[in-house]
Ligand binder design. Structure first.
Ligand SMILES: Nc1nc2c(c(=O)[nH]1)N[C@H]1C(S)=C(S)[C@@H](COP(=O)(O)OP(=O)(O)OC[C@H]3O[C@@H](n4cnc5c(=O)[nH]c(N)nc54)[C@H](O)[C@@H]3O)O[C@H]1N2
Ligand SMILES: Nc1nc2c(c(=O)[nH]1)N[C@H]1C(S)=C(S)[C@@H](COP(=O)(O)OP(=O)(O)OC[C@H]3O[C@@H](n4cnc5c(=O)[nH]c(N)nc54)[C@H](O)[C@@H]3O)O[C@H]1N2
Ligand SMILES: [Mo]
Length: 659
């Protein structure tokens, strides 16, 4: 970062960082524009008119703190503290501002706990079922691969720092294949592209195992030494011969057979699995089944083989010390109820005993990102709901708040960051002064704890105290890393072997270290909202909508930019679906189902196969036609395991509109 006269003029990556190597992704490249944007929220505000009007007036921090503490106390007293619901996710993934003082505050209050499922919990459950420990290939090791499968992973769009390692592998002869219903920039650059039906990956994984085990292409030695239950798995995958899997996935059976053989016989072969796969009804089990593949082929023995979904589990920090769940004993005498964040619409409109009467939102924009948006908005509009929103910008969620508090950015506050795509722990100190009266989440919850009269000393902890607590972990991956070291080096590799080879010799997260195949959970049933799902629903809504990530925004963050609107207004369609509807590229189209409708511009391209459409997510609803964002179309239904969202199992109809 270059700062001239207190103003940042250039943001760069750290050239010495072994993974990011000095370059920034498209989103963070634009961060200074966000930092100094005239629409940044600078002062606390209170609502003046009706909720639907979104009118606010500036107030002091004193008045804001007083109003918030009075209302939280009132709600807790009248309905019980569980009538207060915190709502937060990934606005910042910093541990202090994302899961620190805030957690202590809500535990001490006895508020409902939020089950933070909106992104990765189905995949987490699937990986836990398969491996026990959720470790994966280091990004640096992909350079040694000879075959790389990007499975539901838009590497160029969402994980660009992996791309150079992949290119290095390809220069050395590696092939790169993509399994994805959408041919985005990543798919377009693949050596082979497999346009799988959305939500059918479990069937494909079972089909690949059918071929691998049927043809004896597995690594019998590794399987013998490091697994249990191979007999039952062999039996199960017999039910998934290539012709059946062709019907379930839409991939020709010769391609399935070819892919299985090539994957099992190429060494090293790596799988970059990403969360796209698990945003559908069988998504959790799909991840579990895919994670069996490198176990069967013994790929964990190979440098540049293995599989990566996430690396985050390796950060064995002292999270209980940070979050202090024991504080609930003081307020409730037990654990508070758990509310699934995917079901926010239900929680605000229907949940009883007690009904939710106060909502505190930070690091999230639920009016845009949560499914079943109409229900979420209806809930947020309730006059008997007291809502506080901590934000950098005036989002749709902030529009529906009673009190809005201005938040700092990562350039303005201290935080400690784990990662989910590499193994480096990172410290960031503020490099810029907070503008106006913005405060960090840590400061806000510290201030509110004082207002509420919480006497515990833990609410006085400084940022450095919180970091030292997190580092106070007996786990060998973290033990010995100090704040002083982080201060010097900024980015510190966890204490892992170099290279890190998590399961080269077994060591899975089970009592005896063996991977336990559990095939009884793996039967494939197509999602209700899919081409092979509920026939009557499909007769009205015949198209499968995948609302995957934007290239140049971060979920709804950066939604304030006009550029983002232009890019996100597109619906990709296949000619076979556009033709009969007389739709051509550039036409305005209405995309709808029983839950709602949105207006987009058609782009009839080769990006999706017939029967599927794609819209990038997530834009600000208030900058969309009729305030309807993409999530008016998505359902609150949950995944098979992990309680995750089914954003990418969504049936819609499309028709042409006048201009
Ligand atoms: N530019 C950008 N980068 C981001 C984000 C962003 O919003 N924008 N968000 C960040 C976040 S929060 C996350 S969780 C990660 C997510 O990173 P990814 O998981 O890579 O992103 P997604 O777009 O959810 O899905 C990846 C791919 O899965 C495909 N897909 C959808 N359904 C299926 C399916 O049923 N089967 C298969 N095989 N593929 C499917 C999509 O078409 C997409 O190309 O990205 C992070 N990085
Ligand atoms: N249809 C559809 N919906 C989706 C997805 C999809 O692929 N398709 N993806 C889902 C996924 S994977 C995810 S992770 C969720 C993401 O859901 P969210 O985590 O809610 O993501 P954002 O939209 O980025 O909203 C984060 C907000 O936090 C604010 N913020 C940033 N830093 C700070 C801070 O330090 N303090 C405070 N107080 N605020 C801050 C930002 O300004 C932004 O408005 O969306 C989900 N929704
Ligand atoms: Mo996410």
């Amino acid at each position: 970062m270059t700062v001239e006269n207190g103003k940042a003029t250039r943001l760069r990556g750290n050239p010495d960082h072994p993974v990011t190597r000095g370059f920034l992704c498209a989103k963070v490249t634009q961060y200074l524009e966000r930092e100094y944007h005239p629409d940044r929220l600078l002062y606390p505000m209170k609502r003046t008119g009706a909720k639907s009007k979104g009118e606010f007036t500036r107030i002091s921090w004193d008045e804001a703190g007083d109003t918030i503490s009075r209302n939280l106390q009132r709600v807790a007293c009248e309905y019980g503290p569980e009538a207060v619901l915190p709502y937060s996710y990934a606005g910042t993934m910093g541990l202090l501002n994302g899961a620190g003082m805030d957690r202590r505050f809500f535990h001490r209050l006895g508020a409902s706990r939020l089950d933070r499922t909106i992104c990765s919990s189905a995949g987490t459950a699937g990986m836990t079922a398969a491996q026990g420990l959720r470790y994966g290939t280091e990004p640096e090791q992909f350079r040694h691969s000879k075959l790389i499968l990007a499975w539901g992973a838009n590497i160029l769009g969402t994980n660009v720092h992996l791309w150079p390692f992949l290119q290095e592998a390809r220069r050395n002869g590696a092939r790169f294949y993509v399994i994805d219903p959408v041919k985005n920039r990543t798919g377009a650059l693949a050596d082979k592209f497999y346009p799988i039906y959305p939500g059918s990956d479990l069937a494909l994984a079972l089909g690949l195992m059918h071929v691998i085990l049927g043809e004896g292409l597995d690594d019998a030695g590794y399987v013998e030494r490091h697994t249990r239950g191979i007999g039952a798995l062999k039996q199960k995958v017999k039910d998934y011969p290539p012709d059946r899997v062709e019907a379930l996935t839409g991939l020709p059976k010769q391609e399935i057979i070819g892919l299985a053989r090539e994957y099992a016989t190429t060494r090293p072969a790596a799988i970059r699995l990403n969360y796209g796969v698990q945003r559908s009804e069988r998504g959790g089990r799909a991840i579990q089944a895919i994670a069996y593949l490198p176990v069967l082929t013994g790929s964990w023995k190979d440098l540049g083989g293995e599989l990566q979904l996430s690396t985050s589990h390796a950060f064995h920090l002292n999270r209980p010390g940070l979050e202090m769940p024991g504080l609930q004993q003081k307020s409730l005498g037990r654990e508070a109820r758990l509310v699934n964040m995917v079901e926010l619409g239900h929680a605000l409109n229907e949940l009883a005993n007690p009904r939710v009467h106060a909502l505190v939102v930070y690091n999230s924009n639920p009016a845009a990102v949560a499914p079943n948006q109409t229900a979420v908005r209806k809930g947020l509009l309730r006059d008997d709901l007291f809502t506080v929103v901590l934000e950098q910008f005036q989002t749709d969620t902030a529009d529906l708040a009673d009190i809005v508090l201005p938040a700092t950015t990562f350039l303005e506050h201290t935080d400690l960051y784990f990662a989910y795509g590499h193994y480096y722990l990172q410290l960031a100190r503020p490099v810029l002064a907070a503008p106006g009266e913005a405060k960090s989440n840590v400061e806000v919850f510290r201030l509110l704890a004082a207002r509420m009269g919480f006497p515990e000393a833990c609410f006085l902890d400084t940022e450095d105290d919180l970091i030292r607590t997190l580092l106070d972990s007996p786990h060998p991956f973290v033990n010995g890393i100090t704040l002083e070291q982080l201060e010097r080096e900024h980015s510190v590799r966890l204490n892992l072997g170099q290279p890190f080879r998590p399961f080269a010799e077994g060591g899975f997260g089970t009592p005896d270290g063996k991977c336990e195949f559990q095939p009884s959970d793996l039967d494939y049933v197509p999602p209700i909202e899919s081409r092979l799902g509920d026939a009557s629903l499909r007769s009205r809504y015949p198209l499968e909508l995948v609302s995957s990530k934007n290239d140049d925004s971060m979920n709804s963050t950066f939604g304030h930019r006009a550029q983002v609107d232009e890019d996100t207004g597109e619906l990709w369609m296949n000619t076979l679906d556009a033709g009969p509807r007389s739709i051509e590229s550039g036409d305005r189209v209405r995309v709808f189902n029983d839950r709602g409708s949105v207006m987009l511009r058609a782009n009839v391209n080769g990006g999706v196969r017939a029967g599927a459409v794609r819209a990038p997510s997530v834009r600000w609803p208030k900058r969309s036609h009729g305030r309807q964002g993409i999530n008016v179309l998505t359902a609150e239904r949950l995944t098979d395991i992990g309680g995750g969202p089914v954003f990418y199992s969504c049936l819609v109809q499309v028709d042409k509109c006048g201009d």
